[in-house]
Design a protein around this ligand. Structure first.
Ligand code: AMP
Ligand code: MG
Length: 414
């Protein structure tokens, strides 16, 4: 297949998404399922609650006994027994009697209602009831939450903490999910040292391995950071092989521009990777390359820290969400007025992505630039909560011009 040079943003995204598939479903422990999509329906074989029990600390009674109870003219009942949570009593609540019962304790036979302890005064053997209670008051019936045989969760739902709690409650400790892909990240550049190191002359710290792994984790995939790779052919080749062997998706970073030491493209080609596209008509992130090798997607992200992060946000994140089986792939989009002029250049026919602070005012959304927009300026990334899209066809824009925003701090909604 001939790679298409310099695709539009939308076409590049379409090429990527068309190749992303979920991994085969797998059973995992419920504690490993957070954020993953269910691969099958879940039916409960049990009632929840499993037995009728008290919703309050108080006294189990016959409702008719206490119908006339007031603070001034309390009803007195004999206390037959104590029922703490976890106990099983066999004595029956009959007219004139009660059982002191705690929240969650199984109802003794004959119980029609529970009077909360706040409406009583008691000695160990007798209780004064100060208020009536309707039949069924403060009781929880067996199966009122989930009844045996009910489908409680369906295929395609995302597992959240509430789902994990419900699964545990019905005794389902493993579930079938679409597994999180293992995403390997290899950063390249002879100039790079670890974040914990003091850079020598000409060196800089490897910021991207940390930012990219964080972006991978944030989307719910498994981030696997590989050792930094110097700009040498053999080193790049060995690193790609290793990453590909152990991961479902590979992110390479750096070395995809036209520099003399940019070996990424020739190495991947030599390894037989099929180049789906090379370069996108955008700024930042023009050098982005997308490949397939052994059925696995490979994203070659540019080394400039902002370019790498923006390409992840706009291309890799939706791709990973698709692999995760998530139905919603894209961040919320809104139209916003630019707070200041933007000099794009009248001849510039690339899509520009601006880091902006978006806020919703009475008049609508407003987008303010977070500062210098160079593709290496990470600090203006930290202040951004949105990416503004300046389309290919646009030229310079005046303050007040309407642009489209990706709200990157909000969950996907379409
Ligand atoms: P490259 O894409 O390899 O040409 O790198 C472009 C720019 O990004 C250069 O200034 C690199 O030093 C810088 N860069 C590349 N990789 C990283 C990284 N992992 N962390 C921080 N900066 C990087
Ligand atoms: Mg480099």
């Amino acid at each position: 297949m001939n790679p298409i040079a310099l695709l539009s943003v939308d076409a590049a995204l379409a090429e990527i998404l068309a190749r992303m598939e979920a991994l085969p479903p797998r059973r995992v422990a419920i504690d490993e399922a957070l954020g993953l999509v269910l691969g099958s329906d879940i039916r409960s074989s049990e009632n929840l609650p499993p037995f009728p029990n008290s919703a309050m600390d108080g006294f189990a009674v016959r409702a008719a006994d206490v119908a006339s109870a007031t603070r001034e003219t309390p009803v007195r009942l004999k206390v037959l027994a104590d029922a703490p949570a976890g106990s099983v009593l066999h004595c029956e609540v009959t007219s004139g009697t009660s059982v002191r019962i705690m929240t969650g304790a199984e109802l003794p036979p004959g119980t029609e209602a529970v009077v909360p302890v706040e409406h009583t005064r008691s000695t160990p053997l007798e209780v004064e009831i100060h208020r009536p209670v309707r039949t069924g008051g403060n009781l929880r019936m067996a199966g009122e939450d989930v009844h045996a045989g009910e489908t409680i969760l369906t295929q395609g739902m995302t597992v959240r903490p509430a789902e994990i709690g419900l699964l545990a409650a019905i005794g389902c400790t493993q579930v079938c999910v679409l597994p999180a892909p293992r995403v390997g990240v290899m950063t390249t550049g002879t100039e790079l040292v670890g974040a914990e190191q003091r850079p020598g002359p000409g060196q800089i710290r490897d910021a991207n391995i940390h930012a990219l792994c964080a972006q991978i984790k944030a989307v719910g995939a498994l981030a696997i950071g590989f050792p930094r790779v110097p700009d040498r052919r053999e080193a790049v080749t060995a690193a790609i092989r290793e990453t590909l062997d152990t991961c479902d998706v590979v992110l390479t970073n750096g070395g995809v521009s036209a520099g003399d030491y940019d070996f990424m493209k020739e190495t991947l080609e030599r390894l037989g990777a099929v180049q789906v596209f090379c370069q996108v008509n955008q700024k930042p992130g023009r050098p982005l390359v997308f490949w397939m090798l052994q059925g696995k997607p490979i994203f070659s992200l540019p080394g400039n820290p902002v370019a790498a992060m923006v390409c992840f946000e706009l291309y890799v994140r939706p791709a990973l969400r698709k692999m995760l089986g998530q139905p919603l792939l894209f961040r919320p989009r809104v139209e916003a007025a630019l707070a200041e002029d933007y000099r794009k250049g009248e001849q510039d026919r690339r899509t520009h992505f601006l880091r902006v602070q978006a806020r919703c005012e009475a008049s609508g959304w407003v987008a303010t630039s977070t500062g210098p927009q160079g593709s290496g300026i990470l600090s203006s990334m930290t202040r951004a909560n949105a990416i503004a899209v300046i389309p290919e066809a646009a030229g310079d824009l005046k303050a007040g011009a309407i642009v489209s925003l990706h709200l990157t701090d909000l969950p996907e909604d379409h």
